[in-house]
Design a protein around this ligand. Structure first.
Ligand code: HEM
Length: 399
């Protein structure tokens, strides 16, 4: 197999364009071969389409190092984040930054934040009988979770949300994103210094006081990690929650199944939502050196696209893969990547999604899409093609 010769697909540039029938396009390409050569920002990219290839590529940090792409794509606005790091630096930073998000911290640290916050947001609109859930819930909840886990004052949270929003739109509005990046640094650096002097039980205190392999994080490393949390933790979870809601609201029999036993079914609805429409759908990477990998000849500097969304609909792993079916009982872990850069917040994300979905269904009985809102609530590309979710979610319920 070789990447020279004609492209496998023309008419869509995978760096820029939304394709309404994306899943069909990916399935057609995968039926031909496990990868495809497609246009990406005007050059040829290798799109990996099967569960086997995407999983192998994530684990092969030597051939497709995260550090070959993130300094270019997010480095200017987020700084030198975990995603830009490799080797010992990455190990030390992860060893300090990821334990606060683990399941073992749930009872005392994470759970007390999640359900009360979901109720607090829903209190604002529950009596109304209708809402636009992206604006009023899904885009607010995950960033407020982060803001509270960081121990930031509640009165600052609207400002924090505005910075998070501007960082998200970096590819389209780079000036606003750079300004948000600077202003967030000016706001958070004094907080970091105060917490170092007088640590509490919050995430920032842990980042500035803990060490691994005899090393502490530098101010710049802590700052970059905190900035990374907005796109990596908040925006992903926002899209995941909205995608699962779209799935349930467009599959009434599945919603009924969830409502018949929420304690048992909500966790599986969350996993199936992540499989059916993972928020990080088409993850860009790069192949810096020329290589022959899994039988594919890849020239140096080739952009790679790890199609998580095609992998999670690979019929070799998931029978009848396009069907949204919460009785599959599959944990679609690939939605969180794999290998050394796998998601550091997987458990937090799952806890947030399960809590939010459970509370929404409990508080909004008879939840349904507003009549005729199907097209508005369509899952589409968000800020380039990597991320996918609905832009709006107009719903009604019974009051
Ligand atoms: C449903 C929600 C989420 C999804 C689908 C998701 C997905 C991912 C994926 C696919 C990666 C790997 C990226 C790569 O290899 O280039 C990643 C990395 C990461 N995620 Fe998540 N994520 C979610 C929520 C969160 C949350 C809540 C946090 C909070 C801590 C978080 C923190 C991170 C961090 C810090 C990384 C970088 C890890 C590293 O480079 O070592 N994510 N995430």
């Amino acid at each position: 197999m070789t990447t020279s010769g004609s492209l496998d697909l023309e008419g869509i540039d995978f760096a820029f364009e939304d394709a309404p029938a994306l899943h069909d396009i990916l399935a057609d390409l995968r039926a031909r071969k496990p990868y495809a050569v497609v246009p990406f920002a005007g050059v040829r990219a290798v799109l990996l389409l099967t569960h086997e290839l995407v999983s192998a590529a994530f684990k092969d940090e030597e051939t497709f190092p995260a550090s070959a792409i993130y300094p270019l794509t997010t480095g200017p606005v987020l700084g030198h984040t975990l995603q830009c790091m490799a080797g010992r630096e990455h190990r030390v930073n992860r060893a300090i930054a990821s334990p606060p998000f683990r399941r073992s911290r749930a009872k005392d640290y994470i759970e007390p934040v999640l359900a009360p916050l979901a109720h607090e947001l829903i209190d604002e609109f529950a009596a109304r009988g209708e809402a636009e859930l992206v604006a009023e819930f899904t885009s607010r909840y995950p960033v407020l979770v982060i803001s509270r886990l960081l121990g930031l004052p509640v009165e600052d949270q609207d400002q924090v949300r505005r910075w998070a929003h501007d960082l998200f739109y970096f590819p389209f509005e780079p000036d606003a994103a750079m300004a948000a990046s600077r202003e967030f640094a000016e706001y958070i650096l004094p907080v970091m210094r105060r917490r170092k002097a007088e640590p509490g039980d919050d995430l920032i205190s842990k980042l500035v006081t803990e060490s691994a392999e005899g090393e502490y994080l530098t101010e710049e490393q802590v700052l970059a990690f905190l900035r990374l949390l907005f796109p990596a933790a908040a925006d992903t979870t926002m899209l995941a929650l909205a995608n699962t809601l779209v799935a349930l609201l467009t599959h009434p029999e599945q919603l009924e199944l969830v409502l018949s036993d929420p304690g048992e079914q909500v966790p599986w609805a969350v996993w199936e939502g992540l499989r059916w429409e993972p928020p990080v759908g088409l993850l860009p990477r790069a192949c810096p050196e020329a290589t022959s990998w899994q039988g594919i000849e890849i020239p140096a500097q080739t952009p790679m696209i790890f199609s998580i969304n095609a992998a999670l609909r690979d019929p070799a792993v998931y029978p009848d893969p396009h069907r949204f079916d919460i009785t599959r009982r599959e944990t679609a872990m690939l939605a969180f990547g794999q290998g050394p850069h796998t998601c550091a917040g997987t458990w937090l994300a799952i806890a947030e999604l399960q809590t939010a979905l459970g509370v929404l269904l409990e508080r909004l009985p008879g939840l349904r899409l507003r009549d005729g809102a199907g097209e508005e609530a369509r899952i589409r590309s968000q800020v380039g093609v990597a991320l996918r979710g609905p832009s709006t979610l107009p719903v009604r319920w019974t009051t």
